[in-house]
Design a protein around this ligand. Structure first.
Ligand SMILES: C[S@@+](CC[C@H](N)C(=O)[O-])C[C@H]1O[C@@H](n2cnc3c(N)ncnc32)[C@H](O)[C@@H]1O
Length: 361
């Protein structure tokens, strides 16, 4: 697996696409909206730029890509009216990896522009939108270019599967699993954390060069309640793959050597990395939980389908780097059954971290 090439959400707008199966992420952005809006308003009040430059990093495709941006434009419009100022122009930079479905994303831009024009009427100011296919682990923009950065459900992905997941005698450390699980050896957790530390620190230092002094950034991503309790949805997907190994549907070696490039840090790990990197003042670091399914139906069948389709829209392109596309339908059928059975045993939810910082250098 080469993450920069292989990581992308399911493309297009069909029934398995990310565009049609990302209402969970939409809900999470909505839940984090008060923090995003407050931070953007503060940046505007502090800097009052003629053109407010913002980046949506890890934007993906589908309607979520423009959700936070729309809210920020509204908030800044309101803030400018409240001080009798002309609303600034907006530079909107939509960033994701090169494999992202930018074509579907660009198809949404005319209706995005029409909606702003309809809402703002004569107060409408130009909004310049660009797409930037590049990894956010490293420089994406020139120095002092941005006033505000938002990223939701992107920075828990790693730039690569961590090194060191194989023992000295060549055995896979993470047999039967695809991510840190309760039975995983401590070296595995160490290797994952080391990769996250490197990537997240590079993300912060790159953004600190690109964001102007006094500019802001809000990141929302999956975390862990504590370091022994990692995101369990990938543990469940791993054990479903293991069932398929036992049934002879998947080769054992393939599962043993497949690991997700993802890490769910604790709040304390994030705080320490922000402080150690040192470029940003920390405004808010909060956590909230969201049920695996935001479907309002309590029907276990519908709930399990929702959870399966949400994860499939994210993970299928990575899974098919190793497993045959022919096993994917079956994998998610079995996965949904496991989600259904499990409901009675345990509360299943995403632990989300929301981080709001201000550039201080
Ligand atoms: C789960 S999607 C979230 C999309 C959208 N922000 C939302 O909330 O619905 C995560 C996105 O982050 C992108 N991503 C992951 N690693 C990235 C990287 N290194 N650089 C840029 N984008 C990245 C993925 O390609 C994917 O489109």
């Amino acid at each position: 697996m080469e993450v920069e090439r292989d990581l992308h959400m399911m493309k297009g707008i069909d029934q398995n696409s990310y565009a049609k199966n990302s209402s969970l992420q939409r809900t999470i952005t909505t839940q984090a909206s008060p923090v995003i809006e407050e931070s953007a308003r503060e940046v505007y009040n502090r800097l009052s730029p003629k053109c407010f430059m913002m980046a949506e990093m890890g934007c993906s495709s589908g309607p979520n890509a423009l959700l936070a941006i729309s809210r920020i434009i509204d908030v800044i419009d309101e803030a400018s009216q409240s001080i009798n100022q002309q609303c600034p122009q907006f530079g909107v930079h939509l960033n994701d990896l090169p494999g992202n479905d930018f074509n579907s994303l660009f198809d949404l831009l005319p209706s995005f522009k029409n909606a702003i024009e309809a809402a703002k009427g004569s107060n409408f100011t130009p909004c310049f939108v660009t797409g930037i296919p590049k990894s956010f682990f490293g420089r994406v923009f020139p120095d002092d270019f941005l006033h505000f950065v938002h990223s939701s459900y992107g920075v828990h992905f790693l730039s690569q599967v961590p090194n060191g997941l194989v023992s000295e005698n060549g055995e896979a450390l993470n047999q039967r699993n695809i991510y840190i699980a309760k039975t995983s050896p401590p070296e595995l957790h160490k290797a994952y954390y080391a990769q996250f530390k490197k990537d997240f620190t590079l993300f912060l230092s790159s953004r600190s060069r690109e964001i102007v002094f006094g500019g802001g950034m809000v990141l929302v991503f999956i975390g862990s309640f504590d370091s022994d309790d990692h995101d369990s949805i990938y543990e469940l997907l791993g054990s479903t793959l293991h069932d398929m190994v036992l049934e002879g549907l998947i080769e054992k070696e393939k599962l043993d050597n497949f690991n997700i490039p993802f890490y769910s840090p604790t709040v304390d790990e994030v705080r320490k990395l922000v402080e150690d990197e040192g470029s940003f003042a920390l405004n808010k670091l909060e956590a909230f939980t969201t049920d695996w399914s935001v479907d309002t139906s309590q029907n276990p069948e519908i709930r399990a389908k929702f959870v399966g389709k949400t994860i499939r829209a994210v993970a299928e392109p990575l899974l098919t780097t190793t497993f045959s596309p022919a096993v994917i339908d079956n994998l998610f059928l079995l996965f949904e059954t496991r989600v259904k059975v499990r409901k009675a045993e345990k509360r299943d939810e995403y632990f989300n971290i929301v981080l709001s910082v201000t550039e201080k250098e």
